[in-house]
Design a protein around this ligand. Structure first.
Ligand code: AMP
Length: 328
């Protein structure tokens, strides 16, 4: 079972990767662009409406696209999964898709984002050529010099009208403005997985496959073992209770043998005291008292010094008396 959405700019390789996933895992690729192009080629009313919009690089209306997707997902081969390619393309479509999938009881497993740099996108789109017979996609930059036909059936390759340089810019702009916000949308839902879309085709496919097949871990089962703030006070060991394990005890169980976080992070002297008297941390009050005592002694010493300096015996005497009183 694989119910995924492929997200990515035009030219990021969604179609190519979807075809490979389909071939290997038997899950149908559902491409909104292909469905629209098919309607255009058949000359249906919907196709006629869509053509001009597509050729200008804009998005076709949500109603039209959603209708096509709904029909396609209701076909039997999509009952056990699908790879959505090019849909959804904006927030409204994402919400409509969510409603549709809830209705047919087929929630999404993951959304894979193919990340590709803008320069690469431009080069891929402007150089893309397609075989009208078998649909194989080529790129003029990687074709043999002078070749213009399909290596499989010899048919003359063609360029998609929206792959013309003057339209490419518009499509990328539409992607940034309307589709890119879906990255955050699906990230918040915990469904997003980012795949580096540049490099060897096989390597990208491996990454895609791994991302598509990995089951997400439910948030409740995630144990975070990153550094935690030092405990303020070491606490006495309490007899085991039947309460569910606290975060602390979970961390202790999985952490290094018996070394408590408090002991590890507290200063040595403090740790010793804590070890001897578990649960009785040195009271703050004592610290304050001894600080006050030291302050008083210093003040008295200063008085003696002053008395010495001025050679006034009575003052010296008074200071000694003051020290004696305080010692008591
Ligand atoms: P694609 O083959 O995915 O690059 O799509 C080609 C064109 O079809 C796009 O530039 C849009 O005009 C139209 N299209 C494809 N999918 C959608 C969609 N989900 N919403 C609106 N328009 C779409």
């Amino acid at each position: 079972m694989m119910r995924i959405v492929l997200l990515g700019a035009p030219g990021s390789g969604k179609g190519t990767q979807a075809q490979r996933l389909q071939a290997k895992h038997g899950v149908p690729q559902v491409s909104s662009g292909d469905l629209l192009r098919d309607a255009v080629a058949r000359g249906t009313e919907l196709g006629r409406k869509a053509k001009a919009v597509m050729d200008s690089g804009q998005l076709v209306s949500d109603d039209i696209v959603l209708g096509l997707i709904r029909d396609r997902l209701s076909r039997p081969d999509a009952a056990s999964g699908f790879i959505l390619d090019g849909f959804p393309r904006n927030k409204d479509q994402a919400n409509s898709l969510n409603a549709l999938l809830t209705e047919i009881g087929q929630p999404l497993d993951a959304v894979l984002l193919l990340e590709v740099r803008k320069e690469t996108l431009m080069q891929r789109l402007a150089g893309r050529r397609i075989c009208p017979k078998c649909g194989t996609v080529y790129n003029v930059h990687s074709m043999a010099a002078g070749a213009t036909g399909c290596s499989r059936d010899g048919a003359e390759l063609y360029q998609r009208p929206d792959d013309r340089e003057e339209v490419i810019g518009k499509r990328l702009e539409v992607y940034e403005q309307q589709t890119r916000p879906l990255v955050e949308h699906y990230s918040k839902l915990g469904l997003l997985r980012v795949v580096a879309g540049e490099g060897e085709l096989d390597a990208v496919f491996e990454r895609m496959e791994a991302a598509a097949l990995t089951k997400p871990i439910p948030a409740g089962k995630v144990k975070v073992s990153a550094k935690r703030p030092a405990a303020k006070k070491p606490t006495a060991k309490k007899p085991a209770s039947k309460k569910p394990a606290s975060k602390k005890s979970v961390a202790k169980k999985s952490g290094p043998k018996k070394k408590s976080v408090a002991k590890k992070s507290a200063p040595k002297k403090f740790a010793k005291v804590a070890a001897k008297k578990p649960g009785k941390a040195r009271p703050k009050k004592n610290v304050r008292k001894s600080a006050q005592k030291t302050a008083r002694k210093t003040a008295a010493r200063k008085t003696v010094k002053r008395a010495k300096l001025t050679q006034r015996r009575p003052a010296k005497k008074a200071a000694r008396k003051q020290i004696a009183r305080r010692k008591k």
